[in-house]
Write a protein that binds this ligand. Sequence first.
Ligand SMILES: O=C(O)COP(=O)(O)O
Length: 211
Amino acid sequence: MESQLIIFDLDGTLIDARGDLTAAVNRMRKHFGLGPLDFETVSSYIGNGMAKLVERSLQDSDIPLDDAMSIYPGFYYEDLTTHTVLYDGVKQGIPELVQSGHRVALLTNKPGGPSRAILEHFGLSEFFTAIIGGGDVPNLKPEPDGIFRCLECSGMEKARVWMVGDHYTDLAVAENAGVRSALVEYGFGEARGYKPDAQFASFPELVGYFV
Ligand SMILES: O=C(O)COP(=O)(O)O
């Protein structure tokens, strides 16, 4: 296949960070004298950036969001990769895509700093043409800012660009930017009626489609 720019989502697509995010949310809740939330509840709050995760995780309290946001990043950043794992096939698949002539980029609603640190921890950052997180561009997904930044960084035309993710934000951002979309079925997001151009049950299946 002709060289493509494949832009990946992070949480639910390359990594499963639900364990560390749940632990950080519960450290924050403990700090405010609140009991813990369970894994499934916190997981359902992930996907629209850090401030939304914090806001949703405190909706049973009257803690001001600004107070929570002044401490939550510290709780998450101190333990980014204790429970976090790559999905099966990602460690081999990213280099394989690049070695076969494609370019890869990352577009996540997680802030840019921890996103870069996590890819670095797993030895993958060197393969990425761009790593764009929340705060690196004015608006989070599904606004198209991050895709436009990836296009600028790569010089690639839209017809050869894919956005790959597990959540409606990833499919909607592709539609809003005018690029193709692919859904990975193994993540924890919801398509919410968006129709992807391609769909993959596993990361190796995705690699097989492009290579
Ligand atoms: O909202 C988050 O923190 C994670 O978002 P992502 O699914 O875009 O990586």
